[in-house]
Design a protein around this ligand. Structure first.
Ligand code: FDA
Length: 389
């Protein structure tokens, strides 16, 4: 038998938030199973050994939220810096601010347009195509922002992100394209924003640091053994945050994902690009963007003669690749419905997190969803004896 009141599969933000609240508020003994060699899921970060610069191993993570409850909860475990995220993009040898703003438009067209004039220009250029009649990504995007801005800032980047010609992509993946008619170049619009003062891993470790929580690393719930699915389900309630298709042995087919490849280099310069993120909009540049991690923490004393730069490449995930972004084709949506039915029938197991629900979730969304699962499912079950489905 398993010596715990609750088993949680996955130590990402979702799993650890559920674990912590169940330990704190319900006094449960919680066992967290993690297949990787470290906690934290995709938010995990570590110091690059040569330079000490904190690198987010699974891609850059910027924390932002407008949810008061999430912000208060997070502040129990970490302080945040006053970092504000800004992104630039290189297109044909010139650097522009992103997302597309009045600064981008005026620089691109070599003009000094007012907000109203810029709106007029974009509306005129967008009138070339009718949004309602646009069936593919390219036509839809042109119908929203016009051909010149689309071709400069969206065509190449989108083609690289999806490894697909935007004319072959469905129009529905673009509902709106962010264009701002001001010079505001903050990337996020949320009330709260910042980076954890002593890093993501320290934050995640404090979340897990409770006498009632045990985290077992290199423990795959879908492998046989005393802590595997066959032994645990039905004995102890389970919160599962791994991939939902894998849980059911891919019985309804595999859900498709995009993944990223990262090429990390330590360069012998104090500053490579002067900013944390540079996008590359040109299609003939094979990577989508470069991150220079020192710029996420200008308040830290990092070496002034070395820097860490990571190039990011996007592609469809194959077997064994890390699943990052749901592709969400019509076939995926059909399969997901079938998996949701199976999940509802799986007594004593709750499915959550980005892999368990096949949804892109920002960290604040994963934390909010975890807090709700505790309120709506786990408190009623453990405190009031309600069933667990
Ligand atoms: P997460 O994937 O973190 O954790 C799931 C855990 O379950 C993993 O540790 C996995 O190893 C484990 N697991 C899976 N199967 C298992 C099994 N069979 N047995 C045991 N363990 C198993 N968010 C944001 O707010 N700002 C940002 O800038 C970014 N940036 C970003 C970049 C990239 C490239 C990605 C892919 C994602 C982001 N995010 C983000 C989103 C952020 O990563 C996401 O919100 C959290 O990872 C969600 O946490 P979960 O716990 O749901 O999943």
């Amino acid at each position: 038998t398993v010596d715990a009141d609750l088993v949680i599969v996955g130590s990402g933000f979702f799993g650890l938030t559920v674990a912590r609240r169940c330990a704190d508020d319900l006094g449960l003994k919680v066992l967290v199973l993690e297949r990787r060699t470290h906690i934290g899921g995709n938010a995990y970060s570590e110091a690059e050994p040569q330079t000490g610069i904190e690198v987010h191993r699974y891609g850059a993570h910027l924390f932002h939220t407008s949810n008061e409850r999430v912000w208060d909860y997070c502040n129990r475990f970490t302080k945040f810096t006053n970092y504000v995220h800004r992104v630039f993009t290189t297109y044909r040898g010139e650097v522009y601010p992103m997302p597309v703003s009045l600064a981008t438009i005026n620089q691109y067209f070599r003009k000094a347009l007012t907000p109203a004039q810029a709106r007029g220009l974009v509306a005129e250029q967008a009138a070339e195509l009718d949004t309602a009649g646009a069936s593919n990504f390219e036509d839809k995007a042109i119908s929203l922002i016009g051909r010149p801005l689309y071709e400069a800032f969206f065509r190449g980047y989108t083609a690289k992100q999806w490894q697909t010609d935007p004319r072959e992509l469905p129009g529905e993946i673009v509902t709106r394209l962010p264009v701002r008619y001001t010079y505001d170049n903050r990337y996020f619009n949320d009330t709260y924003e910042g980076l954890p003062v002593d890093g993501y891993t320290a934050w995640l470790e404090r979340l897990a640091d409770h006498p009632n929580i045990e985290v077992r690393l290199e423990s795959d719930f879908l492998h046989d053994g005393p802590l595997g699915k066959a032994a645990v389900v039905g004995q102890v309630p389970v919160v599962y945050t791994g991939p939902v298709d894998a849980y059911f042995g891919n019985a309804e087919g595999e859900l498709t994902w995009r993944t990223l490849d990262f090429e990390q280099e330590v360069l012998p310069v104090g500053d490579f690009q002067g900013t944390p993120v540079m996008n590359y909009a040109d299609e003939d540049v094979p990577f989508t963007r470069t991150h220079e991690f020192r710029h996420f923490h200008p308040e830290r004393s990092y070496p002034d003669d070395a820097t860490v730069v990571v190039k990011e490449f996007s592609r469809f995930a194959g077997r064994g690749d890390e699943p990052y972004y749901p592709v969400n084709t019509p076939a995926d949506r059909q399969r997901l419905l079938a998996y949701r039915d199976l999940a509802r029938g799986e007594r004593g197991v709750l499915f959550g997190g980005r892999l368990g629900t096949y949804k892109y979730l920002d960290m604040h969304m994963a934390i909010a969803a975890a807090l709700s699962m505790v309120d709506n499912k786990l408190v009623p079950h453990f405190r009031d004896g309600a069933g667990l489905t």
